[in-house]
Design a protein around this ligand. Structure first.
Ligand code: SPV
Ligand code: MN
Length: 619
């Protein structure tokens, strides 16, 4: 390799050579010579190497130890607190377009630009070379991923969130069939990326690689998370499987000895992790699922990850007891962008008083501090997070690392929608379910930079990560259903329905919706057919609420929650139709579903002579 010995010593060089993969060598050599780190450390799966990364994160000040054993805190810059949509681009050649929904840029120009920006970017720094495996090792789901980074926080986060992959790379037998990620935090000022105007996140599908520079927030920097999700969406498209922004859970109904697996797509910060962590269930994953058809005609899902990078806001002993317990006991864990006082972490909605001063994502903080624009700085960021291994949780599912994945019986699509959809709904079948997922709308949250609370279309909660045209993505879902003899039932949930500014449901209610969906999968209860799908009967929910919460579920609450808001639903159909009209390759079947849904809603309005129709009107 053409890398000076002073940069890559013999021990590290041997680790690279030991892989027997010239493509890996070529990549390391290319970026060593472009980014010019002072030193390169190659990290294998050994305890020693992994510890080295952990210690570096502290040594470099990217993480600070907290009072509790194993806990550390990391801060991202004030303007680097969420995913940066604007500077995240898919590189395309020859004027190719991917439709209106996807941010693209010219490949050749961007590669030239990124080469310029990468030149010497690691001068005086150390480059870490890491190997991981997305999804369980030694399985048909496995994807090898190579990470180059000058951030020990990124490398350490990946260690918690992903499966070790040095051995998996060896099994590649020299093949180039892997993803690679090049990250640099760029120039640092007080440990924070300084050149945020030069933040770039470029997805190069042709090269199976992503470049990300001048950023630290994990959603932008950690290659294996949302950057790999985009590359995997392309791969899944070529290989006839689905790569989704989905949780995977084992639902265990009370009094019945069975586990029914569900996957669920929710936009960021819309209840995905808390759904995955509902007590009484088991968790396989909370963010990224690979779905493949099995030989038995069922869909199987595997978690690309083995950890959680979860939102910490509102994690408290009553709403999220399992996570709260995990976050307040000793174990290896990284807090990010919380408030630190006396070496203890504090966050919004933790169910305790928060100190009036400490250190947070804005630096030294005191209550009442304002930022440069005059906006009050909250003690902890609303997108503050924790990074933890799933294996640390008492509710981890025994099949987390099963190379076959888990059989999926139900799929849930859930948006943040204050005025349109009922709390839970079942589709009429796979194609109608695909339509429901494709029509998902949600209000923006702190997980992405920019304004919050803006309603936007977010098909399958996956729009931010699409790298194939929306029409093609929808078609892939329809086709996937055809590979299955027993496709999962598809459901929609909405935890965020409001009336007069108040939520109509308690946070805990989602457990009842899950129980209902699980019972439907086993044909244990009937449902009411409405123009938009099947909704629960009052008697069934009443019984479930009694059993699960020992609470009376009032009929008037049922009516407020489950009435069909025809006018709002028709308005949404118009919005959705407009969006898909501007896209290419939208399957005919999908367009027909829009037409059918509209017709059914208009007929119901006509028949019942009202725009908000009671569930009992459909019985
Ligand atoms: C999300 O925003 O959907 C997350 C966190 O899961 S991030 O890593 O930022 O994508
Ligand atoms: Mn996510």
């Amino acid at each position: 390799m053409d890398i000076p010995k002073a940069v890559l010593d013999e021990g590290n060089s041997d680790k690279l050579l030991g892989l027997g993969n010239r493509h890996v060598l070529g990549i390391v050599e290319e970026y060593a010579n472009l980014c010019r780190p002072e030193k390169i450390s190659v990290i294998t799966d050994s305890k020693e190497d992994i510890n080295y990364v952990k210690e570096l994160a502290i040594k470099w000040g990217e993480e600070m130890p907290l009072a509790m054993q194993g806990h550390t805190v990391h801060f991202d810059g004030y303007h680097d607190q969420g995913r940066d949509r604007e500077n995240t681009k898919v590189l395309v050649s020859d004027g190719q377009t991917l439709g209106k929904a996807i941010n693209t840029a010219d490949r050749e120009k961007c590669l030239e630009e990124i080469s310029g920006l990468l030149r010497n970017i690691m001068a005086g720094k150390e480059m870490l070379v890491r190997f991981f495996c997305l999804a369980p090792v030694k399985s048909r789901f496995s994807i090898c991923a190579l990470q180059l980074t000058d951030s020990a926080y990124v490398a350490h986060s990946e260690d918690i969130l992903y499966r070790a992959g040095y051995e998996e790379f060896r099994r590649l037998g020299g093949s180039s069939n892997f993803f690679h990620f090049v990250h640099s935090s760029g120039e640092l000022e007080n440990g924070i990326s300084k050149n945020i105007s030069k933040r770039r996140i470029y997805m190069d599908l042709e090269g199976n690689r992503v470049f990300t520079i001048n950023c630290q927030y994990a959603g932008n920097s950690v290659g294996l998370k949302k950057l790999a999700l985009r590359l995997a969406i392309k791969k899944s498209h070529l290989e006839n499987w689905l790569c989704e922004h989905m949780l995977i859970i084992g639902v265990r109904p009370e009094g019945k000895n069975r586990t029914t697996y569900f996957t669920g797509a929710f936009p960021s910060a819309c209840g995905k992790t808390s759904t995955a962590m509902i007590p009484g269930q088991t968790i396989v994953g909370d963010d990224i699922a690979y779905l493949m058809a099995g030989n038995d005609g069922r869909a199987y899902a595997a978690n690309a990850e083995q950890g959680i990078f979860g939102i910490i806001e509102e994690v408290n002993p009553s709403d999220d007891p399992l996570i709260y317990k995990a976050l307040t006991t000793p174990r290896e864990m990284i807090f990010s962008n919380v408030l630190i006082a006396d070496k203890n972490p504090y966050w919004l909605g933790m169910g305790r008083d928060i100190p009036v001063q400490g250190r947070n994502y804005a630096g030294n903080w005191e209550l009442g501090n304002k930022d440069a624009t005059g906006k009050e700085i909250l003690p902890a960021h609303r997108n503050a997070r924790y990074t933890i291994r799933l294996g640390e949780l008492e509710n981890v599912d025994q099949n987390l690392h099963n190379p076959d994945g888990v059989p999926v019986s139900g799929i849930i699509y859930g948006g943040r929608d204050s005025d349109t959809s009922p709390p839970v709904l079942e589709s009429f079948g796979w194609p109608h379910g695909v339509f429901i997922g494709a029509a998902l709308e949600s209000e923006t949250t702190a997980a992405t930079l920019g304004q919050t609370g803006v309603r936007e279309h977010n098909p399958m909660a996956n729009l931010d990560f699409l790298v194939i045209p929306l029409g093609t993505y929808i078609e892939n879902h329809l086709k996937f259903g055809l590979l299955l003899d027993k496709p999962p039932r598809i459901f929609a949930t909405n935890y965020f329905l409001k009336e007069n500014g108040e939520f109509l449901n308690r946070r805990a209610d989602k457990k009842a919706w899950l129980a209902w969906m699980e019972a439907r999968v086993h044909n244990e209860c009937n449902a009411i057919e409405t123009p938009i799908g099947l909704i629960p009967r009052f008697e069934d929910l009443k019984e479930l609420f009694k059993m699960l919460f020992n609470r009376e579920f009032a009929e008037k609450d049922y009516e407020r929650q489950f009435s069909i808001r025809a006018k709002k639903l028709l308005e949404r159909l118009d919005r959705i139709e407009g969006i898909y009209r501007a896209e290419t390759n939208v399957p005919e079947v999908f367009k027909q579903h829009i037409g059918q849904q509209r017709r059914r809603l208009l007929e119901a309005v006509e028949k019942h002579k009202k725009e908000v129709i009671l569930p009992s009107d459909f019985e």
